[in-house]
Design a binder for this molecule. Structure first.
Ligand code: CU
Length: 150
């Protein structure tokens, strides 16, 4: 009986030790998984490009005011598959609702605000960033930027 009692304690000890070991192992596995997720650090792999909406004003010789709007820089270059966060800052007092031709990307850049446009293109080509308010030649100069994907 004494032998049995000892054996039961031994079994219980190993059971308890096993449970503790499994818990510790599980904890580290869980932590490791989390670490892996956090280690992907999406931010560090995403290139950032800053752009502004610029307003140009001038006068002709006879005093007539001329003004136009543009994306600045007017052309940006991306690699195929590359992730880029495009931050567009609204300078000036106009809203610029935009879309990128050939994609479902659209948004608005407003005065004093920064609009984040995540970009990733699988196909090479030139994509036009078009402001819907200033899209036409009859308004002034069209407000169109170019995203060149190589
Ligand atoms: Cu515009």
């Amino acid at each position: 009986m004494k032998f049995l009692a000892i054996k039961k304690d031994t079994i219980l000890f190993f059971l308890a030790a096993g449970v503790v070991f499994a818990a510790i192992y599980g904890w580290f596995m869980f932590k490791e998984d989390n670490t892996m997720v956090f280690n992907q650090q999406a931010d560090s792999e995403v290139r950032e490009i800053d752009m502004i909406t610029a307003e140009l004003k001038s006068h002709s010789v006879d005093g007539k005011q001329m003004e136009t709007f543009r994306w600045d820089p007017g052309t940006i270059f991306l690699e195929k598959g590359e992730k880029v966060n495009l931050y567009i800052s609204g300078i000036g007092n106009e809203d610029h609702p935009f879309y990128i031709e050939g994609t479902d990307i659209s948004g608005t850049v407003s005065e004093g605000e920064q609009t984040l446009v995540p970009l990733q293109f699988e196909k090479a080509g030139t994509y036009r960033l078009i402001c819907e308010t200033h899209a036409h030649r009859d308004h002034s100069v069209p407000m169109i930027g170019y995203i060149v994907v190589n």
